[in-house]
Design a binder for this molecule. Sequence first.
Ligand code: HEM
Length: 469
Amino acid sequence: MRRTKKVAAGVFPRLWHASRLFRSPPELEVPPARQAKIRRKRRHLRFQANQQTWRPHQRPCQRESDSLHPIPKYFGVGKRRAEAFEPLIGHGIFTADGASWEKARKLVRPSFSRGQLDDISTFEPHLQNFLASLPAGAEAVDLQPLFQSLTLDVSTDFLFGESTNVLGSAKAASAGRSFADAFDNAQKTVVGAFALGPVGWLDPRSNFRQDQKTVEAFVSGYVDKALNRDTNDTLDKQDGKYSFAEEFAKLTDDRAMIRGGLLNLLLAGRDTSASLLSNLFFVLARRPDIYSKLAAEIRMTTKTTKHIPNLEDLKSMKYLRACINESLRLHPPIPRNSREALTDTTLPVGGGSDGGAPIFVPKGTQVGYQVFSMHRRKDVYGEDADEFIPERWTERNLRPGWAFLPFNGGPRVCIGQQFALNLASYIVCKLVQRIEKVESCDSRPWEEGLGITCSTKNGTWVRLYQHDE
Ligand code: HEM
């Protein structure tokens, strides 16, 4: 009975708001003179995120993803993102809007849909280098920079066709390391420029021009290799390894476009994956109960510590997936985001004296949404929303819908989502196979370290106790 009342209390106000949209188109509620005034005054709008993106002139309202038109028309990533990021990563899927976003998405989509990325055995050599980098005894180690190196090695391997190998042999590592340092430093400048606008470029600590050159030269080498290989075709690859650079080179010979495609993907995929792993191990090191339950599931599935898990193994491990989901929920690697209104439009709630009426959003307005807060909503996740409880994904009938957005949603949903989940599952599985016990050696609570992604501010300091071989 109490539950029915609760559901009714949640559903009826929503139906009521929706019915208002049926009765009169929301834009008619704002007189034209007022619209012009709002447009002048309100360029930045922040609101508690809604569960859906609604569009004007439509009854009933729809999510962007339901649209027959693939290009989001009402909201885009906007000029501000492009101005901040393009000097480093060029024009590409992450920075573009409209037709040019569609073109960029078309360039990368085949690589994600053909199943080449399902070959998770390509992670193994990098994982072995990672394991070899761990201290042999129970020395304290910060896993965060190691995860960043691991995800860089893995990402460059499938993007460029050759890994930076920063966890591997010294010679390859020195070029890879210079690239990684330049890319990391330049990203910091870009984040400043994104947050502060043009003033952000004035950061005296930044060596942006030099970093940009290093990054461009490094990636251009792989672009040229891919283009030459494509035209000569005599140098057919012996190792049969899949590379995005080569796939892009089959679709275009525009060097800048290929370079932009690769760097956009590297930026989107590398730090996000490293943040997920760092955040997850931060918690696991403090929760031996969760770690041993996870280890038991992995032991049951993989039988021996030497077994290399395949995709089927990973998919069958429900508790592993629940731990990953719970980390993405409580510590989302992209904790906030924004969109720019590409045209005058409306949102279904947020207006009126009680915030329950539709709200007019003038073209050019920045609309921010806080995924971090959405993921801690007590009305969706329960009173224990602030706690790390993987069981909420396995034992409760949890259907958060649009209140769980670690990978965003709609037409601009993360294109690497499945790959990222496979990669994280593989790494967690292999690490837990090797490590009998993990202990935190940092008494501070989790604090956010905000850059392009959100990771643990103080690193992931742990002591690892390996299984006897
Ligand atoms: C845990 C790991 C990851 C998380 C949490 C994550 C999250 C996200 C989020 C929230 C967005 C939306 C950004 C926005 O539109 O403002 C996004 C977009 C994107 N992600 Fe991921 N991502 C992850 C891994 C990856 C990986 C591994 C790749 C590629 C190899 C990737 C490629 C992309 C691309 C290309 C976009 C832009 C899509 C578009 O605008 O059409 N991501 N990701």
